[in-house]
Write a protein that binds this ligand. Structure first.
Ligand SMILES: CC(C)(COP(=O)(O)OP(=O)(O)OC[C@H]1O[C@@H](n2cnc3c(N)ncnc32)[C@H](O)[C@@H]1OP(=O)(O)O)[C@@H](O)C(=O)NCCC(=O)NCCS
Length: 167
């Protein structure tokens, strides 16, 4: 599949919900709670666009324009924490890898970002394979790092990954 990134706007909650927010399986390894309605998608989008420095995009099929997922970098000062979701129907087609490489090109052109990093569950190989295919290097094991609401209240261990910018 060939993808392109499209900017996200606050008005996109219905699009996002119907593209991937509807599917609880997409939330197994997310710190966001799964979405039960378009209203939940509104809350989710408001959360991610509330930081004007952050970079967030729909991942779209280049030909049809269909939304396949989301990719974002939460930017705080010189740090950018990247994350992504692809709808389950499109897993293992290289979608997240292409999307992350495209986002990294944007980050390469953003001088104020100096640390690019990501965390992922130690039992989510699809995610850490995406990171490794894009040049991220595992730097640490973060014990009891994160709670995944769809898995309950227990914190989970995560790997931390670092990406060395070229510029
Ligand atoms: C993680 C996620 C984004 C990957 O998206 P994707 O478009 O399927 O990723 P890609 O196809 O680019 O790459 C996935 C790689 O993992 C591999 N993979 C998938 N499931 C795997 C598994 N259970 N064990 C080992 N490898 C696996 C794929 O074969 C592929 O590797 P390859 O290119 O060497 O064949 C997607 O599974 C997803 O959205 N999951 C739910 C949300 C999530 O976990 N987000 C990340 C939070 S850190």
């Amino acid at each position: 599949m060939d993808i392109k990134l499209m900017p996200i706007s606050k008005a996109d909650a219905k699009l996002l919900y119907e593209a991937w927010g509807y599917n609880r399986d997409n939330f197994r390894y997310l710190s966001a709670k799964s979405q039960e309605s378009i209203e939940d998608a509104v809350e989710y989008i408001n959360g991610i666009v509330s930081n004007p420095d952050s970079l967030c995009f729909h991942i779209c099929d280049r030909k049809s324009g269909k939304i396949l997922g989301i990719i974002k970098a939460n930017v705080e000062g010189h740090r950018a924490l990247v994350g992504y979701v692809v709808d389950q129907a499109y897993w293992s087609n290289g979608v997240a890898t292409q999307a992350l490489k495209t986002l990294l090109a944007v980050i390469e052109g953003t001088p104020k970002i100096q640390r690019v990093w990501a965390t992922c569950a130690i039992d989510n190989p699809a995610s850490f394979k995406v990171l490794e295919k894009c040049g991220f290097v595992r730097e640490a094991l973060l014990k009891k790092w994160i709670i995944y609401p769809s898995q309950g209240a227990e914190p989970h261990d995560n790997y931390s990954y670092y990406y060395q910018k070229n510029a």
